[in-house]
Design a protein around this ligand. Structure first.
Ligand code: ZN
Length: 424
């Protein structure tokens, strides 16, 4: 697990310098890196395509951007950090006074040493983001301002990776890929998703797991618009974001609040003994907003460490490679693996011998447990599974009602199934 922590961190480091946005070559370059780890099916959707109530925007690319002083020294430089250019800035090449330039400069006066992350997707403008400290040090006078960008018809890019299961019912795992040099939001989420996909592939899972790597909001909306029929098959889902900061895990429930994924995450987090938070759904945050919109109403929750906008480094240059750690990502991955392992085994069974207790000893179900120290618990688990297997209770219901660990209950169900006493 520590090993995957280091590998996930290395993946975050590789993606970090790229200038991502909701469209453009930064997203493509990011997906090419992800494709080295898990094969991706990349989709390119043309500008102007209608997607639900939205339209795929023009594609944005930026090659260079800077503000240089009279001596030609770059005081703000895109080459130093992709955060310095306002996302979706239209091109500009001009010389102007600091007074004129100021209305295009974005700072965080309350956090004067940090560079903010700002975008202007749906209104054409240009701008720079810089530390208040840098701005304070800029003398009056003329500055050369240049943004070498293109905002033109092109494509929106998103990608999918499918881990095939034994049934066509799907579990959706979704994370956004549209933020530039920000490590926790959302490179850590991408890294955890990649290693989760790899782990699931080794397990011959019951469900088919579909991983979606798409720009926030418009990407999820585009995916939903192009998958109206597939959505019927999505039984459960999880939006992964902010997966690498030092804070405690937070699970935000689906809009339904009682979806199976909600119960699974609550159970796994409670049983793990980790400090954690469970929060109610709100129609804000990440792409659970889209998946849980009432027309789709999917059972999709959101797992983060510190939630959306909940930390001072959020959407600033302090969300950097020091803010995320291999240990935190490994911890997030461990909970995801436990949750999906539980979800994947959470079947409903029917007791095929429901009139009185079936005789377990005759079927070798007592004897086989004789020497085990947990024999009593295993026996209780079998009795609970037999008792509640009326077709309405799943194994998680059995675990919660009996107070027994889910793994013990699932093992009891396997033994009973093997003995022909229950059927799925
Ligand atoms: Zn964000």
């Amino acid at each position: 697990m520590t090993e995957s922590g280091e590998e996930m961190y290395a993946l975050v480091e590789r993606m970090y310098p790229l200038c991502r946005s909701i469209t453009g070559d930064g997203v493509r370059a990011t997906l090419r890196i992800v494709d080295e780890y898990i094969p991706l099916h990349v989709h390119e959707v043309p500008t102007g395509t209608q997607v639900l109530d939205w339209t795929v925007p023009k594609e944005w690319n930026v090659r260079d951007a800077y503000v240089a002083d009279a001596a030609g020294r770059r005081v703000v430089d895109f080459a130093a950090s992709s955060l310095h250019v306002l996302g979706y800035s239209v091109p500009v090449s001009a010389t102007m006074s600091l007074a004129e330039l100021r209305e295009h400069l974005h700072t965080l006066p309350e956090q004067p040493s940090l560079v903010p992350y700002r975008t202007s997707y749906y209104e054409e403008r240009w701008g720079f983001c810089l530390a208040q400290r840098t701005l304070d040090a800029m003398a009056e006078g003329d500055y050369e301002v240049r943004i070498d960008s293109t905002l033109a018809d092109g494509h929106l890019t998103y990608a999918e990776h499918v881990v095939p299961g034994r049934v066509p019912d799907e579990v959706l795992v979704s994370c956004h890929v549209c933020h530039p040099s920000l490590a926790n939001d959302n490179l850590a989420g991408i890294a955890v998703a990649v290693f989760l996909a790899r782990a699931l592939a080794e397990q011959n899972p019951y469900y088919t797991y579909r991983f979606v790597f798409a720009p926030g909001t418009i990407g999820a909306i585009t995916w939903l618009a192009r998958n109206r029929e597939r959505v019927e098959r999505v039984k459960h889902g999880l939006v992964l974001a902010c997966a690498g900061d030092p804070g405690d895990l937070t699970y935000k429930q689906s809009r339904r609040g009682d979806a199976e994924i909600d119960r699974v995450l609550r159970h796994v987090l409670d049983a793990s003994g980790r400090p954690h938070r469970i929060t109610e759904f709100t129609p804000y945050g990440y792409d659970e907003r889209q998946y849980c919109s009432p027309g789709f109403d999917l059972g999709v929750g959101s797992l983060t460490r510190t939630p959306y906008a909940g930390y001072p480094e959020y959407h600033t240059s302090a969300d950097d490679l020091d803010f995320v750690s291999p240990a935190a990502m490994a911890d997030t991955l461990a909970v995801c693996r436990e949750a999906f392992s539980l979800l994947d085994r959470n079947r409903r069974y029917v007791n095929l011998s429901p009139y009185g207790e079936p005789q377990l000893g005759r079927r070798g179900l007592y004897g086989s447990l004789g020497g085990r120290s947990d024999a009593k618990e295993a026996q209780m688990a079998m009795l609970w599974v037999l008792s509640l297997s009326d077709g309405t209770h799943a194994l998680l219901d059995v675990a919660e009602r009996s107070g027994l660990p889910f793994d013990t209950v699932a093992a009891a169900a396997d033994a009973l199934h093997g003995a022909g006493l229950i059927k799925a």
